[in-house]
Design a protein around this ligand. Structure first.
Ligand SMILES: Cc1cc2nc3c(=O)[nH]c(=O)nc-3n(C[C@H](O)[C@H](O)[C@H](O)COP(=O)(O)OP(=O)(O)OC[C@H]3O[C@@H](n4cnc5c(N)ncnc54)[C@H](O)[C@@H]3O)c2cc1C
Length: 398
């Protein structure tokens, strides 16, 4: 049986392990972290196309019970004026819609499901290098151990080591000029529908909030910051620093943002985000990258996890139907245009969040028109994005 060494057990890794198993391959997953009980970021929306891709490997039920359904985003300006509504995709045929969930819940659920199906996930195995030896690949780990397989798949995220092994000249990550901070406030009743994300292009800061069915509110803020913070700058900021900065940035706006920030349990902490405009080489010598390792997008796209899941399912299908080299080529042919369009959309979304005074006027004037035009066409959600469907039983051709 063909053995795939899968590096990383975030989103793509566990889904790939399940999909490879379905495709008749053996997967060994190596995760660099020693501990699975991690908290990475706060909230994440898994949009319908990601839910649909999980269905191809019968794993949609794993996430359907996480978080809560969210159907649309409603945009406001800082003056409180409604700018428009955008759907997060039409429901799938069985009624499934996009879900807002805690990031750590998603990671845990996918890993648990993969393990319950027999996947081996080895922890504290940080890949340092990999070499092709004949038709095999040998992986080397920071603990001095090695592993051999027929191919190696990097699901090791935006700072991918596998990407650097495949192409030492791969472009570096690019800083996205807004920071991220967010959390959950229990017992913060709001008079807004719980299946809706409200988003405000504030005068000085973008802010998003969503009432949860249990009477709480999930929130995030994107304070603009033009230059990448140096090492240690963000970690040196205290809860009080974040709180006072956010309150100052959000004070001019008409929204519940300041009340939410005041009520938010601490400690608040924030992080910088990055994308990669284009990774020119995805595969070489029986090694390939997928997910963020191949096409990291700004969080503004709300699609990185969904894309990682789609990648995992499509690659497993390619490997089921074709020899390794042709499978990698077919995978790239099927995925590159789509994922790069998402990276572009994510970058555009981040720029709107960080718009200056002129950009704000332009955005607040044209965004309602754009959303109205999309509504008039009968689809307020980009169909190319949300209606993507992977038919597991369909054979892949080159
Ligand atoms: C603030 C923020 C908000 C976001 N919001 C959304 C959203 O709303 N919707 C959405 O779909 N996406 C969102 N994303 C993006 C999403 O989280 C990522 O696109 C997704 O996690 C990518 O999955 P992945 O498996 O490729 O990488 P990751 O989830 O990053 O997993 C990579 C794994 O590889 C491991 N690893 C790294 N290096 C090594 C090594 N050398 N050896 C072994 N293991 C290694 C890591 O420990 C990790 O477990 C957001 C991202 C951020 C930062």
């Amino acid at each position: 049986m063909t053995t795939a060494l899968v590096i990383g057990a975030g989103v793509a890794g566990p889904v790939l392990a399940m999909a490879l198993q379905r495709a008749g391959l053996h997967a060994e997953v190596y995760e660099g972290d020693a501990d699975l009980a991690d908290e990475r970021g706060s909230w994440l929306t898994l949009q319908v196309n990601g839910m649909d891709a999980l269905r191809a490997v019968d794993a949609h039920h794993v996430v359907a019970g996480l978080g809560f359904p969210t159907r649309r985003m409603r945009f406001f300006s800082g003056t409180g004026k409604e700018l428009g509504v955008m759907s997060m995709g039409e429901p799938l045929p069985d009624g499934t819609v996009s879900h807002l969930m805690s990031r750590s819940d998603l990671y845990r659920a996918l890993r648990d499901e993969a393990v319950s199906r027999g996947a081996e996930i080895r922890l504290d195995k940080r890949l340092t290098g990999a070499t092709r030896i004949g038709d095999r690949v040998r992986a080397e780990f920071a603990d001095g151990g090695t592993a051999e397989g027929d191919l190696l798949i990097g699901c090791d995220g935006i700072r991918s080591r596998v990407r650097a092994v495949i192409d030492p000249g791969a472009p570096p990550v690019r800083y996205v000029p807004v920071l991220n901070v967010g959390g959950f406030v229990p017992d913060f009743p709001l008079d807004t529908p719980s299946d809706e994300f409200q988003m405000m292009f504030g005068k000085r800061c973008f802010f998003g909030w969503s009432a949860t069915p249990d009477g709480g509110v999930g929130w995030f803020a994107n304070p603009p910051r033009r230059d990448e913070p140096g090492p240690g700058v963000l970690s040196a900021m205290t809860d009080a620093d974040w709180r006072s900065w956010l309150l100052e940035l959000l004070a001019p706006d008409r929204s519940p943002a300041c009340d939410i920030v005041r009520a938010a349990p601490g400690p608040l902490f924030g992080w910088a985000t990055f994308d990669i405009p284009r990774v020119p080489t995805w595969h070489r010598d029986r090694m390939i990258v997928i997910g963020d390792a191949a096409h990291a997008t700004s969080p503004a796209a709300g699609q990185g996890a969904a894309m990682a899941i789609e990648d995992a399912v499509v690659l497993a299908k390619c490997l089921r139907d074709l020899p390794v080299d042709r499978a990698f080529t077919a995978f790239e042919g099927l995925r590159r245009e789509r994922v790069e369009a998402v990276v572009v959309a994510g970058r555009r979304g981040s720029s709107q969040k960080a718009a200056g005074p002129v950009g704000r006027v332009f955005r607040d004037t044209f965004m309602p028109m754009m959303l109205r035009r999309m509504s008039a066409k009968g689809g307020v959600s980009p169909d190319w994005l949300h209606r993507h469907h992977i038919e597991w039983d369909e054979t892949t051709h080159v």
